[in-house]
Design a binder for this molecule. Structure first.
Ligand code: URP
Ligand code: ZN
Length: 488
């Protein structure tokens, strides 16, 4: 939207580590007319000297052509890219036929299509109407793109993916309706994964009603936060029940002065909010501390599932011999209050301002180096590396042949990293590896969904049993990747 984010790769990854995230995947979105290869090279040039932790890249497709298809192949075969984001909204949205071709190309390459799902044509018409009526402030943002506009696009994207039998990943699912559209599609056999955001779990759309432009504009992202105050908790329940699989940050920050670009026209407010630093704390607070998920599910939805979907697993997303030494020591008994005054991001606004979070990353080890030491951050610019994401992720494409994951060489020891072995081990591991305090979080409070056990009552994790209990109400008949996956 004609401006650059407040956080760069240094500030962004430093903040990520401060919050307990040790690897990120950012977007390289080309400018109009720019080739996707150039967008990728540019992102690498910007990132490599600056990143404090490892990173990968999703490449954006903002138009469709044979050239784009050829370059997608080059990115997959020569540059370690396995995911491409398309938009169903904004001036650079793709139409249905173009989405069809992109999904088909992804399937052929063994890549994963990521979709920004909102109906761009409806948003445009609604925006024109609202502006003509004199509704120019940030409140117009949600009014122009209500839930059903998101849900319709999720449904349509799933149908298109199903037509070409390609897997699909829906980024930033922000509403109950959109989650249910996704769930319905999966029940009907579409291989679709759903990601929601820390923003959606920690905030609601009431902020758009704030009379202060600076405040309400600070919460503008797309799809927007929803006015229904039950949405954040319901989305957390969807994560617990595997209706959604991942919590991302979609960290895309703009300073107050940058948001001023839309002072007289909400359609010009740069879209995006913070998330990378506070994601882990917000998910712990609203999920584990609230008694909705257990610590194992916390790890799955903040780390392991993403690593599996983007084929970084088991190098990332698990603690094991041969895996990267990216480890977070989480203290559930400490608290912190989120504030723009104290955060490590460059941006001058924080959507979680004033939120008290139980759960603090006390030590963060990045590639074997202690970067957060007893709460003290010592990030090293340029210490991170670009990590390739190979195509045909077994957890997305081929669970039956997931054994084909190559064993990782660890010195002289050859470690068997077969995916099936890991799936099996996950299922049969009843021993807690967490300290008792982390499992029976004393700070637990808040109502539990009806019929669910208090997962904090036990001194060992029962997430597997709980999952089965829950799934008996919401059962995924044809899970992406097949029924044998422990992931589902
Ligand atoms: N969620 C959000 O508004 N991020 C900025 C760019 C995008 O829409 O994906
Ligand atoms: Zn998006």
């Amino acid at each position: 939207m004609g401006t650059s984010t407040a956080d760069d790769y240094y500030q962004g990854t430093k903040a990520a580590i401060a919050g307990g995230t040790t690897c990120i995947i950012n977007f390289a979105i080309p400018n109009k007319g720019q080739s996707i290869l150039d967008a990728f090279y540019e992102a690498r040039q910007r990132a490599d000297p600056k990143v404090c932790c490892d990173y990968s890249i999703h490449v954006g497709i903002i138009q469709w052509s044979e050239k784009v298809e050829k370059e997608m192949e080059i990115l997959c075969k020569e540059h370690g890219i396995n995911s491409f984001k398309v938009f169903m909204a904004y001036s650079f949205m793709l139409n249905d036929a173009e989405l069809y071709s992109t999904f088909e190309a992804c399937k052929k390459l063994g890549a994963l299509a990521l979709v920004h799902a909102e109906n761009g044509s409806i948003i445009q018409k609604n925006s024109e109407k609202l502006l003509a009526k004199g509704i120019t402030g940030p409140e117009g943002h949600e009014l122009s793109r209500p839930e059903e506009v998101e849900a319709e696009a999720v449904n349509r994207a799933c149908i298109i993916a199903n037509q070409v039998d390609s897997p699909l990943y829906v980024v930033h699912v922000m509403s109950i309706s959109a989650s249910l559209a996704l769930y319905e599609a999966r029940k009907n056999g579409t291989k679709v994964f759903g990601e929601t955001l820390a923003a959606a779990l920690g905030c609601d759309g009431s902020h758009y009603k704030n009379e202060c432009f600076e405040h309400s504009a600070g919460y503008i992202l797309s799809p927007p936060l929803r006015p229904d105050p039950t949405t954040p908790k319901t989305l957390m329940n969807f994560l617990a029940q595997d209706v959604l699989q991942v919590t991302g940050s979609d960290h895309c920050t703009f300073n107050k002065s940058q948001k001023q670009a839309g002072k007289n026209d909400f359609t010009k407010i740069p879209n995006g909010v913070n998330g990378v630093e506070d994601r882990m704390s917000v998910v712990w607070e609203k999920g584990v501390h609230a008694g909705i998920i257990d610590p194992n599910r916390f790890v799955a939805i903040t780390s392991t599932n993403a690593a599996k979907i983007f084929n970084l697993y088991p190098r990332k997303g698990c603690i094991a011999v041969g895996s990267d030494a990216d480890i977070v020591i989480w203290n559930p008994n400490k608290t912190r209050v989120i504030s723009a005054e104290t955060h490590h991001q460059a941006v001058d606004f924080n959507i979680f301002e004033g939120m008290e979070c139980h759960g603090v990353p006390e030590y963060v080890i990045v590639n074997g180096r202690v970067i957060v030491d007893d709460g003290q951050l010592r990030a090293v610019e340029g210490y991170g590396k670009f990590v390739e994401t190979p195509v045909f992720a077994p957890f997305v494409y081929d669970v039956e042949h997931a054994d084909d994951i190559r064993p990782v060489k660890n010195g002289n020891v050859e470690v068997d990293y077969s995916a099936k072995k890991f799936l099996h081990e996950e299922k049969s591991c009843p021993t807690p590896t967490l300290p008792e305090s982390a499992v029976s979080t004393p700070s637990c409070r808040g109502a539990r969904p009806e019929g669910q056990r208090n997962i904090q009552d036990s001194t060992f994790s029962i997430s597997e049993e709980l999952d089965l209990e829950r799934k008996s109400c919401i059962r995924v008949k044809n899970p992406p990747g097949g029924k044998s996956s422990g992931f589902w």
